[in-house]
Design a protein around this ligand. Structure first.
Ligand SMILES: [Zn+2]
Length: 331
């Protein structure tokens, strides 16, 4: 009986999953389109560039996922305001939606769509409130950074949001979440899960990444869309590069033999773009190499607005590798 059920379940899955995945991809596209329309609408009203709004919203979406004391956003927009800031700290009505009394109590909540209410659960009101806040500082890149500094009071948050804005402005779209495997498939390479292993050099640190062994000079590709946040020598990582994507994940590539020409801090990248070449640099002063076999050390780090921590990249690598193989097979 149970076995029959399992088989039946599997069959149903086979029939359902494929169209259901297509539907998911389609609805994701719709969400991006709808969000972009909202950002652009606010840009028209306030003249704050849509990519500034998108950058803050994207960053806040990640914070909601990472911070336990924030519930997931119900609408399209994830920007978070505490209730008491929205209605005003001294406002006795914590659920106040009246723009006049909110203003009276010096709350920040605004009515963005002229429906007579300033509601925390109304996407347009929330986005409009943010846009007016940014506008009050001005429209230049420096003004934006200063506004962000007052909003987050953390330099790293300012840098991340500012980076997001540059990536959105560059590609002029929101749908930038595709990934690529970190090496071209036709080269010989090998890797296994080495997360948390002890390391040989630099004292008692655990291994925060996956080592992918390949020959000197094999091209290394960016796993994601994003912006170069760090580039240069590091005693552990050698010639290394760090790229921040729009899910606020920091991708770390180390031990390179060299970088792709023209890359510098602030360079904007597509998923799959070559960033450098496999090598064995590191474990010493600048230029040191050959202390271990050539490989790419690849790490992933997540930021929650307060701190940053690493997580195991092995499962992601497997997913991207499989997708690349499938794409190659289909072409
Ligand atoms: Zn490693």
């Amino acid at each position: 009986m149970t076995l029959r059920r399992i088989i039946l379940g599997l069959l149903i899955c086979l029939f359902i999953c494929s169209p259901c995945m297509q539907a998911k991809a389609q609805s994701e596209k719709d969400v991006y389109a709808e969000r972009l329309a909202l950002y652009k609408k606010m840009e028209t009203i306030t003249h704050v560039p849509w990519f500034y709004l998108a950058a803050v919203d994207t960053y806040e979406r990640g914070l909601r996922k990472a911070l336990r004391d924030r519930e997931e956003a119900e609408g399209m927009i994830s920007i978070y305001y505490a209730k008491e800031d929205w209605v005003g700290v001294l406002n006795p009505n914590k659920e106040d939606q009246n723009p006049h009394t909110i203003q009276l109590f010096e709350g920040i909540g605004l009515d963005g769509n002229d429906d007579g209410y300033a509601r925390l659960d109304d996407d347009e009101d929330v986005l409009y409130t943010l846009a007016r806040y940014l506008e009050s500082y001005g429209y230049s890149e420096d003004d934006f950074r200063i506004a962000l500094w007052h909003f987050y009071q953390r330099e790293q948050s300012v840098n991340i949001v500012y980076g997001h804005a540059q990536v959105y402005a560059h590609f002029d779209q929101l749908h930038l979440h595709e990934h690529a495997f970190v090496m071209p498939l036709h080269h010989n390479y090998s890797y296994r899960s080495t997360w948390g292993d002890r390391r040989g050099w630099g004292g008692r640190r655990i291994h925060e990444g996956t080592d992918i062994f390949a020959s000197y000079g094999v091209p290394i590709q960016s796993a994601s869309y994003g912006i170069v946040e760090t580039i240069g020598w590091n005693p552990y990582g050698g010639w290394r590069i760090g790229i921040r994507d729009l899910d606020n994940i920091y991708h770390y590539y180390a031990h390179l033999s060299g970088y792709e020409k023209g890359l510098e801090k602030g360079s904007i990248l597509k998923a799959g773009q070559v960033i450098g070449y496999c090598g064995s640099s590191g474990y010493g002063k600048p230029g040191t190499q050959g202390k271990f076999p050539p490989h790419l050390h690849y790490g992933m780090y997540r930021d929650n607005g307060i701190t940053e921590w690493s997580f195991d990249p092995y499962p992601s690598l497997k997913v991207w590798e499989r997708a690349a193989k499938k794409a190659r097979y289909n072409s």
